[in-house]
Each structure stands twice: as C-alpha cells, then as structure tokens.
Design a protein around this ligand. Structure first.
Ligand SMILES: Nc1ncnc2c1ncn2[C@@H]1O[C@H](COP(=O)(O)OP(=O)(O)OP(=O)(O)O)[C@@H](O)[C@H]1O
Ligand SMILES: [Mg+2]
Length: 504
C-alpha cells in the first residue's frame, strides 16, 4: 500500500498521533477483493495481516486519531474524537485516495473510558454492511478486511476483540466542524483551515471564499439528501444518526445497530437504546435535515458577521427536501418501473436536478402511489425486499399478478394495482422491463439474522465459511443464484426484526 499524508501533514492540531496496540493471534476473518481494488490491490498475506492488526508498522503510515465532537441523540458532547479508530494515512488507488483506518486498534487520547476495541460481532457486521451497501449502489465507506483475534474484551459479557479495516474517502464528519466552532472557542482560523482543506480535497471545483463556502454547503446538503433517499429506498435503518456519524461527503458511515427492514414498518427502531425512536426508519429524512442544521450553525462564523445563520445557509437547507424527494422518486420509480422518469433509469443522473421545492403533479401522484404501497405492505405484514423482488416477475398487462397472492387485503391491493398499472402504462418489451426491475430490486440484503448466523459460527467454531458465503451473495445482490436461495427468504421467527444492543 502506498500512502500520502495530506490530513496528517496539513492539519496539525486536528488529531493526536497514536500507535495501535498489538493484538494477540490476529487472523483474517474476511477480506474484500473489491475494496482492495480501490487501493492498488494489496495482497492479503501475513505481512499485511500483521500491519493491519497493528502488530507491526505499515511502511509509510502515520497513525493518528482525529478530534471531533457531535450531537448525540440531540445533545451536544463537546469532545469525542476517534476513541478506537486509528488512521494510517490515505492509500493511493487508480480513482483517488482512501483513508485506511484500523477500527478497534486500541486506546487513543479520545477513548474516554472505553478500551479502544471493537467486539467481533460488530466488526463483522461493519465489514459485511459496508460492502453490501456498496453493491447496492448506496454511497458508503468500504471495508477492506475484518481481522479476528484472541483478545478478550468486556461488554455485557466477555467477548473477543476484532478489527475492521475501514476505507473512507474521508473521515471528516459534521462533528469536526462543530468541534472547531463550539468547543475550541475563538478558533475561527482552525474552522476555516478545516473547511478549506475539505474543499480542496473533496470539492476541488469550488473556491475557498465566501461564495465557494456557500456553494460547498449546498453540495453537502444535496449529498446528504441523496444518501438518505438511498437508505429509504432500500429499507435501511442506520440506527445512530448522531452528527459525529455523518460524513461530510454523504457516505454512509459508522455501522452499529443498523438494520434493513424485514416486514415494512415506518416506525421501525433498530437501536435498542433509542427509546424515543429518534432514529426510527421513517424519521431518517427529518434527522438528516436536523443534522445539516447543526452543521449550518457550526459554519455560521465563517459565513456571517453576526450570530445569525446566514440567509445563504438557510436557503441551502431549504433545498434539502426537494433534493431528497427527487432522488427518492427516481430510485423508487425505478423499483416500480414507472415510465418517463426524470433522468431516465439512472437515479444518480444529474439531469434529474430541479431545485424547485414545488412537486409536479406527476411527482405528487407518484409519491402517493408509493406511500399507498408501503402502507399496504405494513398492514399486510409483508417483507419489503421480497415484495419488491416480485416486480421483476410481473406480467404488467395481465389483471392477475403473482404479487396479489401475498396480500390479505385483496380489495386494497386490487385498487392499488389498477392505479399502478395505469402509471406504468404500455410496456413494449416485457422481458426487458422485468430485467430492469430485477436490476434495482435486490434478492439479497444483509438481514440481521443472517449476519447473526455467520457470527455465531465464528464465535462457537471459529468457522468463517458462512460469512464468506454471505459476503459472496451480497456482492451481487441483484443476481439470483440457486446456491444462495436460503438468503432470499423471510427471516425465521427468532430473527424477524431482531433488535441489537448498541454496545460494540
Ligand atoms: N470501545 C471503545 N473505546 C473507546 N472509545 C470508543 C469505544 N466505542 C466507542 N468509542 C467512542 O465513542 C464515540 C461514539 O462512538 P460511535 O459508536 O459513534 O463510534 P465508533 O463506532 O466507535 O467509530 P466511528 O464513528 O469511527 O465508526 C466515538 O468517539 C468513539 O470513538
Ligand atoms: Mg461513531
């Protein structure tokens, strides 16, 4: 791996240098060849294992933990920082550089009372979901590897430590800006230095002046809205949308008690510490905006000469909803096979952009049709992913749809289906239309119970074969294969809506 050290060299005072603590008996539990391609294809040999577990030095690595703060469950914590993630530097790849971080690498000056480690179950989950979301085309950090060990760690019970090797285009979070605005009083120079660095590294088309800052914030709003539209469309609940877990480039970041929906449930809560449902599935779009408001406050000293958030930042915040709806409609319209979508079949297309917050009549009707369908799913206790996978089997012109058999409320379904058929309109090539549905409605998602089964095999028998098989299925989630049939089922009763502990 070849590193550059831009953050380390240019942002002194924004991190503490700290070396990982060696860990006993490191061994590969998982490796992502896809992620490896991003950073010049390192070979997963013993030498690299020792480097990425923190047991020997990696050539060219700097080793540092960044300082940041953040709003956690609505309240401000003045100083957090990387308490268990140690960054080696920015590894060079063909399409840019990626921070390489050892998550669970041992204590840092920001560990507070923590041990700096991660338990195996959480490291495996982060590894699997990072790569699974990437395969679903959801913007996300990646995971190069998960490394097991013999080190005992203590949570509710004794467990074993493991490491996720995270790749991130940046580790800069909303919380970084909050720290240099609120916690380091009078440090407007540092805030500016951080914003300038972020723009130069990740938004190089923008200038580092007031107009550039405003444009940059507009882009952060749009990227965040797009990420959350993706989450809503695949039925992903993040679980801990604190501002210290919001990446400044709109990548899904920090995977703890996340969950995909099994049965569709708008108010599904995946984090058992989230007693009020602040981060429930249906709350995510609103929380995205709330988090952006906190970021706008942190940027205010840079943009405005008084304490009021400038009109320009407020105007940017006001584009959030339209941005989110635009992406959500494109993604959902694709899943349903609506005709004549803005931006064609590419939901990422920049053509789909209309800054107007006014919905067109067609958009309002589409949103209504989508909402009616998810309500039907909820009332009929149907699985979100499996229901959508059925769309690739629909004979759209026929009155009899295979999907209908799954519903108890047949009259409700029939009414909806009629309106849906009308919206889809005439399909010239049914096979092509069905293929397009299969290409955006996954057969395989990382259901909590599947991750849990893989984890139990490792925990009880040191056997990572299930993890590897699951990883292979999730790498091509739109392609059904007989060998993975068991991954495309509803969960067994014990695994339905499995809620996980936040301790990790
Ligand atoms: N076992 C631990 N030891 C030390 N610090 C910890 C530990 N677990 C969490 N923290 C720290 O607590 C804060 C909030 O934790 P959170 O779960 O959001 O992040 P994380 O999963 O540790 O890391 P990241 O956000 O980098 O993915 C962070 O400052 C984190 O570093
Ligand atoms: Mg975090």
């Amino acid at each position: 791996m070849e590193f550059k050290q831009d953050f380390f060299e240019q942002l002194e005072g924004f991190y503490s240098q700290v070396y990982p603590t060696p860990i006993s008996n490191p061994h590969w539990l998982g490796w992502s060849a896809e992620a490896a391609k991003l950073i010049g294809n390192p070979v997963a040999d013993d030498d690299l294992l020792m480097q990425l577990s923190g047991n020997i030095a990696a050539p060219g690595a700097s080793y540092y933990a960044q300082v940041y703060s953040g709003h956690q469950f609505g309240g401000y914590t003045p100083r957090l920082g990387d308490g268990r993630s140690i960054i080696l530097g920015e590894a060079l790849g063909d399409a840019g550089a990626w921070d390489v971080a050892i998550k669970g690498g041992g204590p840092t000056p920001y560990s507070r009372h923590g041990d700096g480690r991660a338990v195996m179950r959480s490291a495996v989950r982060e590894f699997l979901i990072s790569e699974a979301l990437a395969a679903l085309n959801v913007p996300t950090t990646r995971a190069l590897a998960v490394i097991g060990s013999d080190l005992p760690v203590y949570r509710e019970d004794q467990e074993t430590a493991a490491i996720t090797v995270r790749l991130a285009k940046t580790h800069i979070r909303f919380g970084h800006f909050e720290y240099f605005c609120h916690s380091e009083q009078g440090s407007a120079t540092k805030l500016k230095q951080l914003v300038d660095f972020t723009i130069k590294q990740h938004f190089p088309h923008l200038s580092c002046d007031r107009a550039g800052y405003v444009q940059w914030f507009n882009e952060v709003v749009a990227l965040t809205a797009k990420m959350i539209a993706h989450w809503q469309s695949v039925g992903f609940a993040h679980g801990v949308m604190n501002t210290d877990n919001m990446s400044i480039i709109g990548d899904s970041f920090d995977f703890g008690p996340f969950s995909f929906l099994d049965t569709f449930k708008e108010d599904f809560i995946c984090n058992h510490s989230d007693h009020n449902g602040r981060y429930a599935f249906g709350q995510q779009p609103g929380i995205g905006l709330w988090n952006l408001q906190r970021l706008a406050q942190a940027l205010t000293p840079l943009i405005s000469s008084d304490d009021l958030t400038s009109d320009d930042l407020v105007a940017a915040l006001n584009t959030y909803q339209a941005e989110l709806v635009k992406h959500y409609l494109a993604l959902m319209g694709n899943k349903f096979g609506f005709s004549g979508l803005d931006g064609g079949s590419d939901a990422n297309s920049e053509n789909a952009s209309s800054k107007s917050s006014e919905l067109t009549k067609q958009q309002s009707e589409d949103l209504k049709l989508i909402g009616q369908f998810t309500e039907l799913l909820e009332r009929n206790h149907l699985d979100y992913t499996l229901a959508f996978r059925q769309f690739g089997k629909l004979d759209i012109a026929s009155q009899h749809s295979s999907l209908r058999d799954d519903f108890v409320d047949l009259a409700g379904f029939d009414d909806w289906y009629q309106a849906y058929q009308k919206r889809v309109g005439c399909v010239d090539d049914l096979a092509l239309w069905q293929q397009a549905r299969d290409n955006c409605n996954p057969a395989y998602i990382l259901r909590n119970y599947l991750a849990q089964e893989a984890i139990i095999d490792i925990e009880q028998h040191g056997d990572n074969r299930k993890l590897k098989q699951l990883q292979r299925a999730l790498a091509t989630p739109f392609t059904e294969r007989a060998e993975f049939e068991h991954f495309a089922q509803r969960p067994p009763q014990w695994g339905e809506g499995l809620i996980l502990s936040c301790s990790s």
